[in-house]
Design a protein around this ligand. Structure first.
Ligand code: G16
Ligand code: MG
Length: 217
């Protein structure tokens, strides 16, 4: 009874959202755009290019492609700067025991992330060996809520979509999992992730009984 367990990266495995926020804030600040933590919620699970467009819209700024390309490079350089000191301490609570349990049960594990920096991050926090497949922002053309990233992950694992389970912290990611006919598990707040089939505040609340239920059904 093998299932595909697909994990989002940012906000699910590690809290890199705070670094994305700082890097975007610097760009927004230089352009005189006010960019609050509430605005930042909209960027979760969204591609880098789309994120910049959302910020420019906030400031009602029309930019040339040349300007945009420069800001995108700048943002990523700043973001990578924050990752330099990242280590296993930044894995979110409860994630490692769940990964280990699924591994011990012989389940298939994949990453499904919008980030182009996913692989180096998994290496930095030393968990890349848990993943049987990795699909990230370098592999897909359509961003969440398009299900492409999760569909590709299940395909790489040779497991049907109906037997795939997705852990997500973003609205766009939950919608992508639902569209793909996969089981969607929200990690975060009910007020934001009400479309998820199951919801937990974090991985410390996910018990082995629940994982067994997902594996057996
Ligand atoms: C993550 C973040 C997004 C970020 C995107 C692209 O997605 O949630 O905020 O814009 O990756 O990241 P990068 O600039 O590193 O390519 P996910 O799907 O892992 O939550
Ligand atoms: Mg995420």
């Amino acid at each position: 009874n093998k299932k595909a367990f697909i994990f989002d990266l940012d906000g699910v495995i590690v809290d890199t959202a705070k670094y994305h926020y700082l890097a975007w804030q610097k760009i927004a600040g230089a352009l005189g755009i006010e960019f609050t933590p509430e605005h930042n919620e909209e960027l979760k699970g969204v591609s880098r290019v789309r994120s910049l467009d959302i910020i420019l819209n906030l400031g009602k700024i029309n930019a040339t492609q040349e300007d945009k390309d420069r800001w995108l490079v700048q943002k990523n350089e700043d973001y990578l700067g924050y990752l330099v000191h990242m280590d296993e301490n930044e894995i979110l609570p409860g994630v490692l025991p769940v990964l280990q349990y699924l591994k011990d049960q012989g389940q298939a594990i994949a990453l499904g992330s919008a980030s182009k920096n996913a692989r180096p991050i998994l290496e930095k926090v030393n968990i890349i060996s848990y993943f049987d497949a990795i699909v990230d922002g370098n592999d897909v053309t359509n961003a969440k809520p398009d299900p492409e990233v999760f569909v590709q992950a299940a395909r790489l694992l040779s497991i049907d979509a109906e037997k795939a389970i997705v852990f997500e912290d973003s609205v766009a990611g939950i919608q992508a999992a639902n569209i793909a006919n996969m089981t969607s598990i929200g990690i975060g707040e009910e007020s934001i992730l009400h479309e998820a089939q199951y919801l937990f505040p974090d991985f410390t609340h996910i018990e082995t009984d629940f994982l067994d239920m997902l594996i057996k059904r």
